[in-house]
Design a protein around this ligand. Structure first.
Ligand SMILES: [Zn+2]
Length: 346
């Protein structure tokens, strides 16, 4: 029986495959046109109605005069945007008018994200964020990269670094996904603070989910019930090394980080994180750290702003390394780091 059934199937495939090939060829042509049309419509819609992305119309106007004649480069108050050469071979970007339209819409979107980041976290970086769009970057269409450009040196006997700019490299395929775009751009704001991975990812997912409607990660119902701990009894968030990992825990980590960041925000109010970053900036921490700050330091700032000790809250969530610090503990920590850096440089 089985054998009988197989034969007709094979002969059906024999006919179907050439037909499919022809059909696919024709459809491809239509699909490309259709996609170009959809892309244009989507861009127009974004321009007209930025609120469809839950982002407001940007405060600053995008000046078309700040786009070069060949429309390979454009600039706004807080961003520059550039097309890499490999993109120009794509039908969607081989004409000046297409690129110009894209740049206007992209700068508008990014400026509105700037406003949101300023409103909710108080960020107002003095440097610009430089975005380069590629067809493929480092051989991949799936990875976006953020690089912090800074110079460092010894000033008044201390190691200090000065941020010159942020460079972001996006494969277009990634940039066109709202969620990914908002997530990665958020990192461009937080990277300079050297905050722990879980906190920077939590902020990025929060912005991605609540402001860009690109959320792939939903909040957990309960920080307590949905916690995951490792064999040492440590919260699996505390030991997160970041983006590049791909483990069965990754999804949980994004969701849990988002839940935790949102929880503190709801509990202590809209200006909670604004004040946290203000305090960190006032102490110049971001200029003196060479690597990510320990969660205990972050919790010190959280507690200062919350007006209560948050160490027990984190300990209950199995952040077993978090301990109560005083300002002088932090100063001592920075001094030790500084001495190490200077010894290395001698
Ligand atoms: Zn991220």
């Amino acid at each position: 029986m089985k054998l009988k059934n197989r034969r007709p199937l094979i002969s059906i495939f024999g006919c179907v495959i050439p037909m499919l090939l022809v059909a696919a060829f024709v459809f491809n042509g239509c699909t490309a046109l259709e996609e170009a049309r959809q892309r244009r419509e989507k861009r127009l819609l974004e321009e007209r109605n930025a609120s469809s992305l839950m982002l407001k119309t940007p405060k600053s106007e995008i000046d078309p005069d700040n786009i070069t004649e060949d429309a390979l480069f454009g600039e706004s108050d807080h961003y520059t945007i550039k097309f890499a050469e490999d993109l120009l071979q794509l039908p969607a970007f081989d004409e000046v008018a297409e690129r110009k339209e894209f740049i206007l819409s992209a700068l508008g979107y990014m400026e509105s994200l700037y406003d949101a980041m300023h409103e909710h976290f108080g960020f107002h970086p003095e440097h610009k964020i430089h975005v380069t769009l590629h067809d493929a970057y480092r051989g991949s269409r799936l990875g976006a990269f953020t690089t912090t450009q800074y110079r460092s040196g010894i000033q008044n006997g201390r190691y200090v670094k000065f941020i010159g700019g942020i460079q972001m490299d996006f494969p277009m395929q990634m940039y066109e996904k709202h969620g990914v775009r908002a997530h990665e751009l958020t990192h461009a704001f937080t990277n300079i603070y050297y905050i722990p991975v879980w906190f920077s990812e939590g902020i990025a997912v929060l912005i991605q989910s609540e402001y860009a409607q690109g959320g792939l990660h939903s909040k957990f119902d309960s920080l307590k019930a949905d916690v995951q701990i490792d064999i040492n009894g440590e919260n699996e968030l505390e030991n997160w090394v970041g983006h590049t990992e791909n483990s069965p825990l990754t999804q949980w980590r994004y969701r849990y980080a988002y839940t935790l960041v949102a929880e503190l925000w709801e509990r202590y109010g809209n200006d909670f994180y604004i004040k946290v970053f203000e305090l960190m900036e006032a102490d110049g921490l971001h200029q003196q750290l060479e690597s990510l700050m320990p969660t205990s330091i972050l919790v010190y700032y959280f507690s200062q702003v919350a007006g209560e000790d948050l160490v027990p809250f984190f300990r209950k969530l199995h952040f077993i390394k978090v301990r109560r610090l005083t300002k002088s503990d932090i100063v001592k920590y920075i001094e030790t780091l500084n001495a190490q850096i200077q010894r290395r440089r001698e």
